[in-house]
Ligand binder design. Structure first.
Ligand SMILES: Nc1ncnc2c1ncn2[C@@H]1O[C@H](COP(=O)(O)OP(=O)(O)OP(=O)(O)O)[C@@H](O)[C@H]1O
Ligand code: SF4
Ligand SMILES: [Mg+2]
Length: 326
């Protein structure tokens, strides 16, 4: 496959992030490893609360302090260990090298500044552009996201734009400094089906033009089918299976992956939530030993309750953590 020869942009090894709360340590991300290449989109999929957003925020070192802490692991971006950078160095990485489209679109735009001012801010801060050069960069970012009449639109305030256009502006801000890695956290959840499809197509085009590596966070395997080259399925703070998208649809190994795929009624239809898996994910405080999916798993055996499954390779770039595979 073409992507296999592409350069690795991001490599994460054994990342662990916890929140220290009055009730105890919430192990939100508990030792995950993955990578993303240039021009590749990795889908990060799983039910609510499995650690998708915390993973994204960890990569940017933007966890709510002092409760949230990265305890262990490596985050290598183009070979540079982000966890070894000073706070100041990390600020230079955010927005410029890695940018993130946040899950809540309402928090992404400031109602009191124009679209142009909001895109110009990272352009000025991160790229040091001023005056006409900054204006050109803002217009280029609006064009990249297919915002019509950018010279006019940049004087608009967010409330003057439709939901779909606003989300494009959020995309333009994220892409304004030509990042190496874009983390898109459920960017289409608030959009209706047609606008969502347009937005997804637009992001594919942006990726073709810029070769940006993308982590696409979603709970929707339908979106994965459209957008992602590879997938990492998360359950209760762990990655349980990772594979190229077409492989995982054809042959999911992990019972949780299979259940998620089966819970999508049709790939071209949007699902709000995944209902068909009985039971709840475990509390991330005081996790029991063994496999975390055990209480919900139709294939659970004795060993599943006792020992955590280890990674097994079942195909090219296809890894699964499940005792069924040994
Ligand atoms: N500030 C915080 N303090 C304590 N626990 C937190 C905090 N933020 C997140 N968590 C916990 O970390 C776990 C992972 O949360 P995360 O937001 O990453 O889930 P998610 O997979 O993005 O879910 P969703 O699909 O609902 O967005 C959850 O159990 C959540 O309760
Ligand atoms: S390890 Fe056991 S309990 Fe866990 S998913 Fe596999 S079969 Fe099910
Ligand atoms: Mg989230």
């Amino acid at each position: 496959m073409m992507q296999n020869r592409a350069k690795t942009v991001l490599e994460v090894e054994g990342l662990r992030t916890s929140f220290f709360t009055r009730k105890g340590e919430v192990k939100a991300v508990d030792g995950i490893s993955f990578y993303v290449r240039e021009g590749e989109t990795l889908g990060l999929v799983g039910e609510s609360g499995c650690g998708k957003t915390v993973t994204g925020l960890s990569l940017l070192r933007l966890l709510p302090e002092p409760a949230g802490r990265i305890l262990d692991g490596k985050i290598l971006l183009d070979g540079i260990d982000l966890l070894a950078l000073s706070k100041k160095e990390m600020r230079a990485v955010r927005g410029k090298v890695i940018s993130m489209i946040l899950q809540d679109p309402m928090t992404s735009l400031n109602p009191v500044y124009t679209v142009g001012e909001q895109i110009a801010e990272p352009v000025r801060q991160q790229q040091g552009l001023r005056g006409e050069k900054a204006r050109e960069a803002v217009i280029a970012a609006l064009r990249l996201l297919h915002i019509p009449s950018p010279e006019v639109r940049l004087r608009d305030y967010p409330f003057q734009l439709s939901g779909g256009m606003r989300q494009r502006v959020v995309g333009a801000i994220a892409m304004s400094c030509n990042p190496r890695l874009l983390i898109a956290d459920e960017p289409t959840t608030a959009l209706d089906a047609t606008i969502q499809a347009q937005y997804l197509a637009l992001f594919k085009e942006v990726q073709r033009k810029t070769n940006v590596a993308i982590i696409f966070i979603t709970h929707d395997f339908g979106v994965v089918a459209r957008m992602c080259h590879r997938v990492a399925v998360m359950y209760a703070g762990k990655i349980v299976e990772t594979a190229p998208t077409e492989v995982i649809f054809r042959q999911p190994w992990h019972p949780y992956t299979a259940a998620l795929i089966n819970s999508v009624p049709r790939l071209d239809r949007k699902v709000e939530r995944l209902y068909s898996i009985k039971g709840q994910p475990p509390s991330l405080i005081n996790l029991p030993p063994g496999c975390r999916f055990c209480p919900r798993c139709p294939k659970a055996r004795e060993i599943c309750r006792e020992r955590e499954p280890e990674a097994r390779q079942v195909g090219s770039e296809h890894f699964v953590f499940c005792w069924q595979v040994s």
